[in-house]
Design a binder for this molecule. Structure first.
Ligand code: URA
Length: 434
């Protein structure tokens, strides 16, 4: 078999057989198939797509390209959660300690930023000393002892996805349904949790911009998980504007902490409560959604959820003082307000552009070797449907570099559309697939 022939086959739109997919993933993982051939294949898949059988086979080939974690040493139902990626998506930071404090065992594998979207690991690393490169033994011990652990993708866990994720990020081949489904589900299957709750984003800041594509992606991932014997739920949520009000690593940690203190933004709190209820259900705590939301609110108001976050941060090397006092988190040197030139309403925010603006400031990577500046970011004082008066600030940019700041100012200002008439507020949750 030759990779060259498989590229031609996919270029012509023919489905690849299970054997061909295994050959491709095995060869790429071992370094026998070079990046340039795999890039061509990824682009061919972007144009020609993959059918359900191919996607299923690709997922399993990637999951089995390295170790498959055995979490049987953890007592109880282990629950994992994953988002398809968005702007201002700090959901895992608030959600996982809340549900862990309600008794769900959180064994989660997280990633770094991809394209214009942020990554949970980059955000958590804004906390001094925090790290996710823990051994499997530590991961299992922490879940057993404190109910929560988050690890990064090690070189041994779904290594094919690790290589492909980095390759797709720099070759314009992220936003393809089968590639996203196999990337996410290969990691989730290899990480070994019993139940998986997916947050599938839809809208201008998501990889899937159209609702029907997001639903199709959700259905595909749920089917893959179920066929592997996992309990699956997918929530489809809005990404037509950034989630919450803060975009940027340390700023998002701050907003997650605010939410754990009961002072979070409305849309973000709603999403956390919705996903949390499904996680409590999946974890066998309660099947009743109202009861679950009550438990979640109680975990927040009692301070139990915040204490769980501090315990988790400490267990993974982080400074827990920053959890109780987020003013200790990294801060930028320059703060610049964007002021409205007219009175009206915020009609639309080009969400992907906000993500790119934050990346330009240094909050994300243009190339994989870039280092992240945790302190920079954007605060959205106004979101879709909000009233703004002439001269009133609608966003605040936190930067450390004048040149990057000017570029961000132009881009961010252009991403807002003002209207005379008050538009409808966007719903946070669009649908659920169980
Ligand atoms: N998240 C992933 O893990 N992979 C993708 O392809 C997209 C989002």
């Amino acid at each position: 078999m030759r990779m060259y022939d498989l590229i031609i086959k996919k270029k012509q739109g023919a489905p690849l057989s299970a054997e061909e997919i295994r050959f491709m993933i095995d060869g790429y993982t071992k370094g026998e198939i070079p990046d340039y051939q795999m890039s061509a294949m990824m682009m061919a898949i972007c144009f020609r797509g993959m059918n359900e059988e191919e996607t299923f086979e690709l997922t399993h080939a990637m999951a089995e390209s390295g170790d498959m974690l055995d979490l049987s040493a953890i007592r109880g139902i282990k629950v994992d959660k994953h988002s398809t990626g968005g702007v201002g998506d700090k959901t895992s930071l608030a959600l996982t300690p809340i549900v862990a404090s309600c008794g769900v065992k959180i064994a989660k594998m997280s990633g770094r930023g991809l394209g214009h979207t942020g990554g949970t690991i980059d955000k958590l690393e804004s906390i001094t000393g925090f790290h996710t490169d823990i051994s499997t033994d530590t991961f299992i011990r922490n879940v057993n002892e404190i109910g929560i652990a988050i690890m990064g993708q090690t070189k041994d866990l779904a290594p094919a996805d690790k290589k492909l994720y980095a390759l797709r990020d720099v070759t314009g081949t992220v936003d393809q349904m089968s590639l996203i489904a196999s990337s996410i589900m290969s990691k989730k299957l290899a990480a070994g949790a019993d139940a998986i709750v997916l947050d599938v984003k839809t809208g201008s800041g998501a990889f899937m911009k159209k609702k029907e594509d997001s639903f199709a992606l959700a259905r595909e991932m749920v089917a893959i998980g179920k066929s592997a014997g996992r309990k699956m739920t997918a929530v489809i949520s809005n990404m037509d504007e950034p989630l919450g009000r803060k975009v940027g690593n340390a700023m998002e940690v701050e907003e997650a902490i605010d939410t754990l203190m009961g002072k979070g933004p409305e849309d973000f709190t709603e999403l956390v409560e919705t996903l949390g209820a499904y996680m409590l259900k999946a974890g066998g705590i309660t099947p009743d959604a109202d009861e679950a939301v009550k438990m979640i609110r109680e975990a927040v108001s009692s301070g139990k959820a915040l204490d769980k976050f501090a315990e988790f941060v400490k267990a993974q090397g982080g400074n827990e003082k920053e959890v109780y006092d987020p003013s200790l988190l990294p801060k930028s040197r320059i703060v610049r307000e964007l002021k409205s030139e007219e009175a009206g309403y915020i009609g639309k925010i080009e969400c992907e552009e906000v993500g790119i603006s934050a990346m330009i400031l240094g909050g994300g990577r243009k190339v994989s070797t870039d280092t992240i500046d945790p302190s920079v970011g954007i605060e959205l004082l106004k979101k879709c449907g909000d009233r703004v008066e002439k001269g009133e600030p609608y966003a605040v940019i936190h930067a450390n570099d004048e040149g990057k700041l000017e570029e961000c100012v132009k881009r961010l200002a252009a991403s807002y559309t003002f209207t005379d008439r008050k538009p409808e507020k966007l719903p946070t949750i669009t649908g659920v697939i169980e």
